[in-house]
Design a protein around this ligand. Structure first.
Ligand SMILES: Cc1ncc(COP(=O)(O)O)c(C=O)c1O
Length: 572
């Protein structure tokens, strides 16, 4: 613990709270993975003035055991960092200026309206701004990533699950039949056999014994989840549409591209485990006239899920005359607690009374649960009248899902196969989640709200020293170590893009994915350990600047130096 009252810096207070929150220093731990071997040291009373303390003597170890590397703990780093500059505005941060420089990312709506000649060269065309994943891939490419060398990188930003074989799951589909009929267009609502099979799966899983049952007329097959979302957004009229922050990045563009609907945000709170507050939503519906509510459940990026009674109450909000759009792409990624059963999934379909009368729209598909993102076969479930509207929007937006893949999907949605897949998936991904949480803990990161669903960890960086404490800078620093994460600001669904990014409720967060295979996850966690170790050894002088703007571009000489000076230059 920092014991001396002479430790007076802007970090003093946070250090104390960190020390209470994080593990106590003063002992050694060694694990099987070399990079997770962490030694802890006693913090200094005046970290600015003293060199790092030597590691405590190692407890008796078996002969030939390797000595643990120097500590990488967040707590120790904070205790050692002298007063770091605090940037209050995005203009002082190189990582944020690189983001703003990309086409479509400039602040909008400022007076007087300015047009960036680099962006607006095609008459009438405006860049919508890249979704988080595209921005992060572009930045990774600027830092040397290519698909040919992707094995040298770790992608903790990956928004998709691993697609290979996993223990005890049915074999992966590897061949595809293409009957002549499948060379034709498929209907814009999808192949009837698949629509029937999807309706059957939902009835079998969530609606056994209920009078109202889904039929193929309640199902529209769409070429991917985003196509489903855009088809739905295209048929929302001139109404207030409520969404929450944080949520899935693509909602940002979806909500701004369709100009008729008026997006209305609500910020979710960690204190409420990022759950949608149902009482507040009911009030908003009544006072603001909200006609549509959209949410992912389980939620990307926080990994939290509304289920049981809470989900029932959410569905009941539709009785207020409001349509509920639930994006249920992670409905199988549910991690049972000790003693609970594997194989349970979550869907609002369980709480709908009348499938044709209750205005609940469910979006799901093969992308995540079936681990087949490349197939582009997904669906929207809802009242018949919605499906006919989606057929119309699909006929000008996308023209329908791939015909042969729809035929091949019929067998994959059979309830018995699904039951087998779910158990295997939950066991495999739960083990990965636990592994990553443990390694984060060993590095000194305590995840405030660990994920109970999805394959994402919403990691708060606030306790790191500035400027490593914001998602975009943390992301840039990890790119230098060949690891991709997704900065939290991409989940700040903010269609008008007006606010200072530093004021975003997601500013201090990154999303880590445990979608990739375990070895890749370890590679990324090793990279995080390296960044922490570097900061501990060298302080912050290399952090927050000297980022490559594009592939092959040199690291600007002038950017190398003190972050304080260089960031001040950028604020011009
Ligand atoms: C919540 C959520 N909905 C929808 C999608 C999109 O799915 P697709 O890749 O099929 O467009 C994603 C993908 O990341 C997601 O996280």
């Amino acid at each position: 613990m920092p014991s001396s009252p002479s430790f007076v810096s802007k970090h003093s207070k946070s250090t104390l709270s960190v020390m209470m929150h994080f593990r106590m220093p003063g002992f050694f731990r060694s694990g099987s993975n070399s990079s997770s071997v962490v030694s802890l040291v006693t913090s200094h009373s005046n970290p600015a003035a003293q060199p790092p303390a030597p590691p405590q003597p190692t407890p008796p170890a078996p002969p030939l055991a390797p000595a643990p590397p120097p500590t990488t703990l967040v707590t120790d780093i904070i205790a050692q960092i002298p007063d770091a500059p605090v940037h209050k505005h995005e203009k002082q941060s190189e990582a944020h200026q690189i983001y703003r420089d990309q086409a479509g990312h400039a602040t909008k709506g400022l007076m007087p309206q300015t047009v960036n000649p680099d962006e607006e060269t095609v008459p009438g065309i405006e860049h919508p701004g890249s979704t988080g994943v595209i921005y992060c891939s572009d930045r990774a490419i600027a830092n040397g990533f290519s698909y040919a060398c992707s094995h040298e990188w770790s992608n903790l930003g990956q928004g998709a699950p691993e697609v290979g074989e996993i223990p005890d799951a049915p074999p992966r589909p590897t061949t595809l039949a293409m009957p002549v009929d499948s060379l034709e267009y498929a209907p814009t609502t999808g192949v009837k056999a698949l629509r029937e099979a999807v309706a059957h799966l939902y009835n079998d899983t969530y609606r056994k014994g209920k009078e109202s049952q889904y039929t193929y007329e309640n199902v529209c097959i769409v070429p991917g989840g985003r196509a489903g979302l855009t088809r739905v957004a295209a048929v929302i009229g001139d109404v207030y549409t409520s969404y929450q922050i944080p949520d899935y990045t693509a909602y940002d563009q979806v909500l701004s591209a369709f100009k008729r609907l008026v997006p209305v945000p609500t910020a979710l709170e960690a204190a409420n485990k990022y759950h949608l507050n149902i009482d507040q939503t009911r009030k908003d519906i009544r006072t603001q006239g909200i006609a549509v509510v959209i949410a992912s459940n389980p939620r990307n990026p926080t990994g939290q899920v509304i289920r049981g009674q809470e989900l029932k109450e959410l569905v009941e909000l539709t009785q207020e005359g409001t349509t509920l759009i639930l994006d249920e792409f992670y409905s199988w990624y549910i991690y049972p607690e000790e003693g609970e059963e594997y194989g349970k999934s979550v869907s609002s379909a369980e709480y709908i009374q009348d499938v044709d009368a209750d205005p609940v729209i469910i979006i799901d598909g093969l992308t995540k649960n079936w681990r087949l993102p490349g197939w582009r076969v997904c669906w929207v479930l809802g009242p018949k009248n919605l499906i006919t509207a989606l057929s119309q929007s699909g006929s000008f937006l996308d023209g329908g899902a791939n015909h042969p893949m729809q035929l091949a999907a019929v067998d994959l949605v059979h309830p018995s196969r699904v039951a087998e897949e779910k158990v295997a998936l939950q066991k495999h991904f739960k083990a990965k989640r636990d592994h990553v949480l443990k390694r984060l803990h060993d590095l000194g990161f305590e995840v405030d709200i660990p994920p109970t669903s999805t394959f994402y960890i919403w990691l708060n960086l606030e306790k790191l020293p500035h400027p490593l404490d914001n998602g975009l800078t943390f992301f840039e620093e990890l790119l230098k170590e060949h690891t991709i994460t997704i900065p939290g600001i991409f989940f700040d669904i903010n269609p008008s893009h007006r606010r200072n990014l530093f004021h975003s409720p997601c500013h201090h967060f990154v999303r880590l994915s445990f979608g990739p295979p375990l070895d890749d996850l370890d590679k990324g966690l090793d990279a995080m350990a390296r960044v922490l170790r570097k900061v501990r050894k060298e302080g912050l002088k290399t952090i927050g600047h000297s980022y490559r703007k594009s592939i092959g571009s040199p690291i600007a000489e002038k950017n190398i130096g003190s972050p304080v000076v260089e960031m001040a230059k950028l604020s011009l």
